[in-house]
Ligand binder design. Sequence first.
Ligand SMILES: Cc1ncc(COP(=O)(O)O)c(C=O)c1O
Length: 377
Amino acid sequence: MDKNNNFRDCLSTLKKQNNLRCIATDSSEYALDLSSNDYLGLSSDVRLYDDFLKELQQNRFPFSASSSRLLLKNAQGHHNLEQLLASCYNAEACLIFNSGYQCNVGVISALASKNDLILADKFVHASCMDGALLSKATLKRYQHLNYEHLEQLLERYRKEYENVFIITESIFSMDGDRADLEKLVALKNQYKAFLYVDEAHAVGVRGRNGLGCLEEVGLIDQVDFIVGAFGKALASVGGFIVCSALIKSFLINHARSFMYSTALPPVNIAWTHFVVERLSDFKIRRLTLENTSREFSNLIGVKTQSNIIPYIVGSNSHAMELASNLKKEGFNVLPIRTPTVPENTARLRFSLAANHSIKNLLPIKNILIKYENKMVK
Ligand SMILES: Cc1ncc(COP(=O)(O)O)c(C=O)c1O
């Protein structure tokens, strides 16, 4: 028997379900890339990049940390960035991880233990789920944005557990909808739970100074754990958690993805620092993005609460076909398929950025209409 048969069978099943993922190799230029998380358009901002390069010439930042943070000798850059972020959020502490994924996996698995309960929104990111599954805690999921359901679970189970962690995203990555953060804060206070908010898609984009949705609603100081990612609007790489000094110290000793992985390269930390320092200057970009997102969602008839606009088509094959039609016309849009999203809700995820203009997005409407007409026939 060929010992690779199982793997082969799995792949051919995925292929039959129109669900086989491949790493893109074509480097075609698109008129518009609507698949990236570069929400502020910073990664293609030549001036910003040149300014940073000038700064680089004055300092020799290594291209590798060459060890984990626990052993890193020249960690001043990491430390400075953590201090900068902590002061932006007016918090005691911040801890940087190598990615948003590593942050969620490391933090949740470290904090939640045997006698604890994790209550997670059904649509939280895979990294939160993986962290919860790695922990020894009991995991229950409440229906997406359904806070009555969450409250029922709190009412029923709170007493049975030592600590309860409510986990949500602020802007949900695949649906672009927004958690009711006021409601979540009220529930966490009422039931003496911890609230964990992943702001990966909101940092840079939301709030007066780009700190995220919690800044927008004035609740930063009410939340126990705020997580952000550098790899999206900030055009860098890495993740961070804003928390108390006590929790930071606990994580340095228990979060395995922090302890046992080479730290981010100092040169990259310098770039992130450079961008974070300028975060409050990007107000016009945030406003432009908000306006374009509203106009585009009206244009295609999809309600949205953010710059992530899902156009739901149903099956995986329909999502693939429509993405391919758009690609032929020069629009690169990601088809999002099951199991990333629930069955029969495969979609195109239009990810808008501050450097997109509604004028350039207009042709999409006709492509969608043409596709819908073909489907009806
Ligand atoms: C909500 C959310 N959290 C965390 C992550 C992981 O962040 P990173 O890409 O930095 O690993 C993602 C990535 O897509 C995300 O959507």
